[in-house]
Design a protein around this ligand. Structure first.
Ligand code: CP3
Length: 358
């Protein structure tokens, strides 16, 4: 079966630093709880995992934000924690408390048992990717994703979200050999997982290193970036006759921007604390940049949203060669009024058109 022609490839062209008529945008967590229709589908599915593991539901919620807003990319509806779930750690989402693992990885025995999971356990994800591609019918490209080995490792060791990373950092300082072993398994699993998403039809991939920024300088390179690099360098480069660009997003990673940009990725994601103009000077034309509006700017009312969107576009500077993908600096808040997103999309598209030459 040949894929339908991609009607809007601005996102992919911008990632490859090619000329584009306006700055493309999509939003991290664009399919999520700020949309009443998402909550309705989630209620029908019964739980987050039931939603993610059923390809029809996953496809339905992936497409919901595109039906409302003129976004330039779709992102697979799934989670970064599907990989450790497939490793047998027993993922559950406790209402109001976020993810929990029944069998966290805490000691030498746990680490010894850890293996790269059989990809058939993640077949539901690849099936969702194929179905979403079919339903998108070439409207916009589909982004596949995974967590970075370090960020996924945080949940595997802590067993849940953490504010101080006490358990994983204790392991890092006292038994770095154990943590390196976990990260090696994670890197291999993540690479196989992303390549299978590409083969199923993902047209770009993003690695979420949401907690890379909690590491000290030196340790970030050793425990996070090293493994992210292994994943990026093993990714399938071309599929369906086109380059499959990769994006690496390290929250809190602006101080390491040159090193992240050199890992082999095509684009680097930035949170809202990064100075986009300065980052661009530091990276030159070596990578595209994605970000970096504070998600809370969407609570400021229409005028503030438009001002802040223009500020990000102006900070990026000249766009003749593309290279900018507008996004938030982290996931959209569940309390965001959906109308705020319509205002943002309108401003990014309208204002950025005045800055582009084609
Ligand atoms: O962006 C999208 O629209 C695609 C879907 C997506 C989800 N999670 C769905 C989701 C993506 C890309 C993720 C990535 C993810 N998951 C990350 C990295 C990005 C980031 O936010 O830093 C992380 C750290 C996770 C782990 C995770 N999943 C947490 C901590 C939680 C609970 C926190 C919360 O927001 O409640 C989840 C659950 C989750 N994953 C939700 C969604 C829409 C909300 C849960 C729900 O519907 O009950």
């Amino acid at each position: 079966m040949t894929a339908p022609i991609l009607k809007n490839d601005i996102f992919l062209r911008s990632l490859m630093r090619e000329p584009v008529p306006y700055t493309p945008l999509w939003l991290m967590r664009q399919a999520g709880r700020y949309l009443p229709e998402y909550n309705e589908t989630r209620a029908r599915a019964g739980s987050f995992m039931a939603l993610a593991q059923n390809r029809e539901y996953a496809c339905e919620v992936t497409l919901q934000p595109l039906q409302r807003f003129d976004l330039d990319a779709a992102i697979l509806f799934s989670d970064i924690l599907t990989v450790p779930h497939a490793m047998g750690l027993g993922l559950d989402f406790v209402a109001g408390e976020g993810p929990r693992f029944a069998h966290p990885v805490r000691n030498e025995d746990d680490v010894k048992r850890l293996v790269v999971p059989d990809l058939s356990k993640l077949q539901y994800v690849f099936d969702a990717v194929s179905l979403i591609r079919k339903e998108l019918d070439g409207k916009v490209p589909l982004i596949g994703f995974a967590g970075s080995p370090w960020t996924v490792g945080c949940y595997m060791v802590e067993g849940q979200g953490s504010s101080d990373y006490l358990l994983i950092k204790t392991m890092m300082y006292s038994r770095p050999d154990l943590l390196h072993r976990i990260l090696e398994v994670n890197a291999k699993a993540t690479l196989a997982y992303l390549n299978a998403q590409i083969q199923a039809g993902a047209q770009a991939v993003m690695i979420f290193d949401s907690w890379g920024g909690v590491l000290a300088d030196g340790l970030f390179q050793e425990f996070s970036l090293h493994y992210t690099r292994q994943v990026v360098q093993g990714l399938i480069r071309d599929h369906e006759g086109r380059v499959v660009p990769s994006i690496v997003f390290t929250k809190g990673g602006a101080q390491w921007i040159e090193e992240i940009a050199a890992c082999g990725c095509d684009a680097v994601g930035l949170d809202w604390t990064a100075n986009l103009a300065q980052v661009r000077r530091r990276t030159g034309d070596s990578v595209a940049l994605q970000g970096n509006l504070d998600p809370m700017a969407l609570f400021g009312g229409d005028a503030a949203i438009r001002t802040q969107a223009r500020r990000v576009i102006d900070d990026f500077g000249p766009v003749n060669k593309g290279g900018h993908v507008f996004n938030l600096g982290h996931g959209i808040s569940r309390f965001t009024p959906p109308d705020a997103v319509s205002v943002l999309v309108d401003e990014v598209h309208t204002y950025s058109r005045t800055k582009h030459q084609i």
